[in-house]
Write a protein of this length. Sequence first.
Length: 624
Amino acid sequence: MDKLNADQSEVVVTRDLPILVLAGPGTGKTETIVQRISSLIQEGEDPDCILAITFTNKAAHEMKSRVLNLTGKKPSWIKTIHGACAQILRSHIHKLGYTNAFQIASAEFTIKTLKSVIREKGLSEVSWDASKIARQIAGIKASGDPNPAFEQIEDSTLAEIFVAYQDKMKAQGCIDFDDLVFLTLKLCVDDTTTLSEIRDQWRHLIIDEFQDCDLSQYALISLIGREKGMVAVGDDDQSIYSFRSSTPEVLRMFVADFSPKIITLKTSYRLPRAIQEAASALIQNNQTRFEKALLCAKDTRGQLAISGFGSEAEEADFVASQIQNHLTQGIAPEEIGVLARRHAELALAETALKRLKIPTRKTGERSFFEFREVRDMIAYITVIALPENSAAFERILKIEKGITNRVVELLEDIAERNDVSLYHAAEISVENHYVTEEMQEKLKQLFERFESLRTEVSDYCISDLMRATAKSFDYLQHLQSISRGKTRLEKRIQHLKDLARMADRFELESEPGLVNFINEMAIAAIQGGLQKEQKEIRLVTLHGAKGLEFRIVFLMGASQGNIPHLKGNIEEERRLFYVGITRAKERLTITHARYVGNEVRQRSLFIDEMGRPSTQREEVIQVG
């Protein structure tokens, strides 16, 4: 507490009334939230009665770790909003006609199901693009009112697809990522008894990154947080996810609905003075925002440079050469970030850096959860914990030797005709001799191995359960048979070790429980997982940069039509630029090119709105 400033301390000690905390970039909001949670625990509050909502797995893990270090207690309800909803639904989703063993479907499975619905309705897959419909359905579910959602759809065919899709997912024992909030809100709206049960689990509610809420998330949080000392922490100046249906209006809605005490965290501990002045000058051009004066805690002024080039290739080469200079001077590669509005600029920077043999890591690279062995092991432990989970069991059937696709199709048909899970369909096929004696024996052995592992769940930590599972199913032998060479096999085994370490960390920081871990892994797989820290230059889109910080930042492609984008809302585009420039702790270089493709572009108007701090250095590179 003695490390907090007056504004932060006020957030920590204020009790029994709603609070809106306006927290600018680098103002220590995470530390403030951690100290508030720790203070409540030290006052005697049960950690399980504190619900703290974040919007990224990384933030949730960081908060859990800090609270554990400060209090020695495991705060089991520090979660992403989707993680919290997943755990709520495990206890209550049966009231909506779903199985409690529901699977959180991947994006690929969602698209596959939508395509199936479109075909069954005799519609053209060209005219009715599944990816586009998936986005429309996500928007419907984020609209804030779960009951008449499909009735509000103007296109009657789209409404029919929506209903058929939901029914088909339910029949398969699946929900999609957006259903986590959508169905939890529906439970709370439809059933006041269930709402009371859910609400009574916690006495305190803290929401981080409040500006990232969509209307459904806000409605759910409002229902759960009513009559509690709710704390909403956010910054409307960093609201940049309208494409996910997020809106900064939720902050004003919170003020109107809860009449909170408003506390502003004004002091930035990240930004040097030159960058802080430029950021403040820029964002003040937005009209619909909470007024807040960002102050600078650092004595240093930092460096802010703007460089113009004739072509995008020369812009990328300049950035690469500057990074090479910084590395030569001893700057660690992970302390340098290259940001851009589009992937195209990042690709140019990546190419230029590779020519100089400088390692990079780009946003959107293959997720850890896309590796076959990781998905296989999660499927195994899912069937152990939730045998009714058909998607996981189907994956296991396809791994097992001797179980053909024809057998899997037969079991799927039995499951559909009897309205049961795939696992139960397999049991029916054995009991009624629907498959050959040889196949009956294989399925019996499969059941026995799973049942044996289920009896030992309480005796194992999750990582040991994974090892026992790999041994029971001879999984390493399977990996050896599908791997091309020793190096590939070693990489696969390393991925399994990484997954085991994630399980150990989960059990250390969170409430133990195999189902809770499965929930977290499913959500992390959809959101991109937890990136490992690596000694590489980070190449990140501006939308992916929020929550990150670097000693040195290069912001590329700062030209009209790109940032602000031609089709973008000018205030959100300005907020996006603001997020980008406030990632820099020491030095910020903004670059732009005169020729983008075959078009002549002016530099971004946002550059001029930043003003001209005394340490700003302008470089216009002339092209011969």
